[in-house]
Design a binder for this molecule. Structure first.
Ligand code: LFR
Length: 492
């Protein structure tokens, strides 16, 4: 069989990469052609994504492929969810997209819930209540009468927008559209009643492509600029978490996963959304996935807290690498202090070490002082929160899991993988680390008939990438620690 070369652009909240995928006789190889920072830019009080820079970096990725003499069969883009750009009638982008952690969105969710009723919103979307969902972002822009809202004609999410720059064609995509909390999975279209109540024009919300759909090709101006041909562009599972779940190397249909990066997303893949009162109460989500599947999961704040701690210490003149911090945590005393990583205090960027200390003070715990103690507290709390959400996932889905798949860059943190296994008392299967990029590639290959279906793709992923197995370590401290964690955080 000839080799199939394709490219995945995977944009995360702190960096992006262009990953070349090569498929030879069912074996996948990947190569990182280009990696670039994705630094949000604060302008006054507002926090933006540098969308044109990201587009520039995508073109650099295409050029690097060209300079290596690679003939690309196709490309696809995935990114974080919920964020968007608005287009004017002439097709131009109205302003810089906002970062979902912008303080403009503070308190908006509560107002919209009050106005429309949480039950109304959840029953139509099946999506968890997160203050940064697109529905609340758009409501905030409407309340503030931002200029973009007045001249907008079309709504595109981040990967839609970049794909549009490349191809000139405007489409939305299902996995990402679901995260807006404006899409109705039962009716399989944008929810007209919700849009109407929010005074959002239906005409902004375009055709929603299923992941794996052809979505155009490099437009002539781009071909000319880069000296490339009419490379086909696919709408992949454009929500990075949807792509990561495609790449879970599961054998059985019923499996639990943890996509571990800036965020930790823990849940299971199901065929029909679970839109019940219990799901709403537990604030679970049913995000759209590849092949009409749904991701029943919860967002957990994840390594964001540690990244923000690092940034804060760096601002104070102390630079620690991630491995250094983890080593310091390992040497600090165990099960001393806990946080609920999903406390609202940890969502916005800022002085995270102080917020961890404040949380400990307000919950009458000893206050962690040095970085080792703080990181220990965060990592143990994350491992316990994983157990908590895993058990809720079992309850809600009526399944029981004999282990947890971990994918994403977070699996480089060996201590976190081991502690997760200790906390859940079950094995953790860690790999692959480039989950989102590999899922992005897999969807393109399935669309091209290189794989029969997602299960054949998952088998190839299992056989192509190493998977590290962590078994729970003996000892009852983790069980006792969990009890402490639950009572301190009030989750019990
Ligand atoms: C992970 C992720 C999550 C989403 C959050 C914000 O990268 O896509 O799934 O809830 O970012 O978009």
């Amino acid at each position: 069989n000839p080799v199939s070369n394709i490219l995945a652009f995977d944009l995360g909240a702190s960096s992006g990469r262009a990953i070349l995928g090569k498929l030879t006789d069912g074996k996948i190889e990947i190569e990182e052609l280009h990696r670039f920072p994705n630094d949000p830019v604060q302008v006054g009080d507002r926090l933006h994504w540098d969308i044109l820079r990201l587009y520039h970096e995508i073109k650099q990725g295409l050029l690097k492929a060209k300079h290596k003499g690679i003939d690309l069969a196709s490309i696809g883009i995935d990114s974080w969810a919920v964020d968007f750009g608005l287009l004017a009638s002439d097709g131009s982008l109205l302003g810089n997209p906002y970062h979902y952690r912008d303080s403009l969105y503070d308190g908006v969710m509560e107002r919209v819930q009050e106005e429309l009723g949480s039950g109304f919103i959840f029953s139509r979307t099946g999506i968890q209540f997160l203050p940064f969902n697109t529905i609340y972002q758009l409501s905030a822009h409407r309340e503030n009468g931002t200029v973009a809202m007045q001249s907008a004609e079309q709504f595109l999410m981040i990967p839609d927008l970049l794909r549009y720059f490349l191809t000139g064609e405007k489409y939305n995509e299902f996995s990402n559209a679901s995260t807006t909390q404006l899409y109705n999975p039962l009716k399989q279209r944008w929810d007209e009643e919700l849009l109407e109540k929010l005074e959002l024009p239906q005409s902004w919300f375009g055709q929603v492509l299923q992941p794996g759909s052809p979505a155009g090709q490099l437009q002539p101006s781009v071909q000319q600029e880069l000296g490339l041909g009419a490379v086909p562009v696919y709408a992949v599972a454009e929500h990075d978490t949807a792509s990561a779940v495609v790449a879970v190397p599961a054998i059985e249909r019923s499996f639990a996963y943890l996509s571990c990066g800036t965020w930790s997303l823990l849940g299971t893949e199901i065929d029909r959304p679970i839109i019940t009162e219990e799901a709403q109460q537990l604030n679970f989500t049913n995000e759209g996935g590849y092949g009409n599947t749904y991701r029943l999961l919860k967002n957990i704040m994840g390594l964001w807290i540690i990244n923000e701690c690092r940034r804060e210490w760096e601002r104070a003149g102390q630079t620690y690498t991630f491995p250094e911090l983890v080593a310091m945590a390992e040497q600090s005393p165990a099960f001393t202090t806990f946080i609920d990583p999903d406390d609202a205090a940890f969502l916005a960027p800022g002085d995270m070490p102080s917020r961890v200390r404040d949380y400990c003070k307000r919950t009458n715990q000893p206050v962690p002082h040095n970085p080792g103690e703080i990181i220990r507290c965060v990592l143990e709390s994350l491992a316990f929160k994983y157990r908590y959400v895993l058990e809720l996932t079992e309850r809600l889905s009526g399944q029981s899991f004999n282990g947890l798949h971990m994918v994403g860059g977070g699996i480089h943190n060996v201590l976190l993988c081991q502690w997760t296994s200790n906390a859940i008392g079950k094995p953790v299967w860690a790999g692959p680390a480039e989950g989102s990029a590999i899922g992005n590639l897999a969807v393109q290959w399935i669309a091209q008939g290189e794989f029969k279906d997602i299960w054949e793709a998952r088998r190839a992923i299992r056989e192509s990438f190493p998977i590290t197995i962590y078994e729970p370590e003996q000892g009852s401290q983790w069980e006792e620690g969990y009890g402490l964690f639950l009572s301190i955080t009030g989750l019990a």
